[in-house]
Ligand binder design. Structure first.
Ligand SMILES: *Cc1c(COP(=O)(O)O)cnc(C)c1O
Length: 367
């Protein structure tokens, strides 16, 4: 069986040593030594000072929306994982969908201004599949209309923009360290803030608003993460360079083997050093996608329709038309990509795609 992704498993005895010391210390959560060490390791690796390790990427988004006191309408992308939209709705903001650029698959900045009203308070954009948004364009619009910017950078560990970690743009950037992401802590997320004061606020919010044992600073939630999760984060971070290198070489292999097909692909933004988090292919139409997908599934290979349906079509949002996102969503397929995926497996995936496409053209000729 070849799934679309598998979690990276670090050296098992190393993780076991961490677990043994956590248990011996009897300090399992609440900003323990592993959480502090992990946060410091992240600061050093990413060269970003203002960050906090939290429960997961979704809580990170919700805390970001609360910390920036967003309300009313928030402009967002129609093509992302559901958490980008659901966290806005959960926090009582109204998502206003803007279509994507068919090359980058990110929100199209040239369409943002038309969606701004006097109720707009922010832009929440996703760096889709690890590819940078048009950060400078988005910031210009935000400055002009006095809007906050949040980036959902859940896919972006290892991505750089203009030579710096992509996590340092916008008022707040969040990432996810879920087991399916290339860098993970089983469950986990990180909040990055450009302003130290906002980070302090997030820090209170992450821990029920506690300001010492008996005083409180604002409304909070339980957004903390545990020593066990931090230990996994440390162990995976130890191997991050190898993880990124493997992803790049597997993607190159896919690219070479897929050259003879006429599939579309995501175009990486200028000045973006991409982390190869996913390997999406854009097929001719939904019928071709379903044919390829079912051929692979017959052989116990499970690519995924990331992201389907498009977010503007969710039942709990105001349905807007986003033609490009809808079209891409109907025919984009993410192929398996994970650290232990073998070259022979990539080859057999390509062979099966070949076979399914050839059958499809044969049937057309037969008709
Ligand atoms: C995974 C993901 C999230 C949610 O992260 P969790 O850590 O699973 O809560 C949010 N946005 C995007 C784009 C994601 O892919």
């Amino acid at each position: 069986m070849i799934p679309v992704t598998k979690p990276y498993i670090p050296d098992i005895s190393k993780y076991q040593q961490y677990v043994a010391s956590i248990l011996k210390r009897e300090w399992l959560t609440n900003n323990g030594p592993n959480v502090l060490e992990f946060e410091q390791r992240l600061r050093d690796y990413l060269d970003i000072e203002n960050l906090l390790f939290v429960t997961n990427g979704t809580i990170a988004l919700q805390i970001a929306i609360k910390a920036l006191e967003l309300e009313g309408e928030v402009i967002t992308t129609a093509f992302s994982y559901i958490a980008t939209t659901s966290s806005l709705v959960w926090e009582d903001c109204q998502p206003v969908f803007v279509d994507i650029d068919p090359r980058s698959l990110n929100i199209d900045p040239s369409k943002i201004e038309a969606a701004i009203t006097n109720k707009t308070t922010a832009i929440l954009a996703t760096h889709c599949f690890g590819n940078a948004c048009e950060i400078d364009e988005i910031q210009k619009i935000a400055d002009k209309f006095d809007l906050k910017v949040i980036y959902d950078a859940a896919h972006c560990f290892g991505t750089k923009y203009k030579g710096k970690s992509i996590f340092q743009f916008g008022d707040i950037t969040i990432t996810s360290l879920h087991a399916t992401k290339l860098m993970h802590s089983i469950e986990g997320g990180i909040v990055f803030c450009s302003d130290r004061k906002v980070l302090d606020k997030v820090s209170f919010m992450r821990n029920f608003g506690h300001d010492g044992y008996e005083a409180f600073n604002g409304v909070g939630i339980n957004g903390k993460n545990s020593e066990f999760h931090a230990a996994m984060g440390i162990c995976v971070l130890d191997d991050i360079e190898a993880i990124l290198e493997r992803r790049a070489s597997q993607s190159k292999m896919y690219e070479e083997l897929l050259q003879s097909f006429e599939f579309g692909s995501q175009k990486i933004t200028n000045d973006c050093e991409f982390n190869h988090a996913y390997y999406p292919i854009i097929l001719k139409d939904e019928e071709q996608l379903l044919r390829v997908k079912s051929e692979l599934e017959k052989n116990e290979i499970y690519p995924r329709r990331y992201f389907y349906p498009p977010l503007n079509k969710l039942q709990y949002v105001n349905s807007a038309t986003c033609e490009i996102a809808e079209s891409i969503s109907s025919r984009i397929l993410c192929l398996p990509l994970y650290h232990s995926l073998k070259i022979e497996e990539i080859k057999s995936i390509i062979d099966l795609i070949h076979a399914s496409i050839n059958t499809s053209s044969k049937t057309i000729e037969e008709i």
